[in-house]
Design a protein around this ligand. Structure first.
Ligand SMILES: [Zn+2]
Length: 50
C-alpha cells in the first residue's frame, strides 16, 4: 500500500516500502529539523494514499 508522510514544513514523502518511508522521514527530520524520529513515530505519521 502506498503511504504518505507529510511534515509541518510542507515536505512530504510517498512510498509503498515501509523501510524506505521511515528512512526518508528520519533523514528529513535530522537534516532539516535536527530531530530524532523513531520508526514507530515515523509510521504513526503515515497515511494511506488513495
Ligand atoms: Zn520538515
Amino acid at each position: 500500500m502506498l503511504k504518505r508522510v507529510r511534515c509541518d514544513c510542507g515536505w512530504a514523502v510517498e512510498s509503498a516500502d515501509e523501510d524506505e518511508l521511515v528512512a526518508e522521514v528520519q533523514r528529513h527530520a535530522q537534516e532539516v529539523h535536527h530531530l530524532g524520529v523513531t520508526r514507530v513515530q515515523a509510521l504513526s505519521l503515515a497515511v494511506p494514499v488513495e
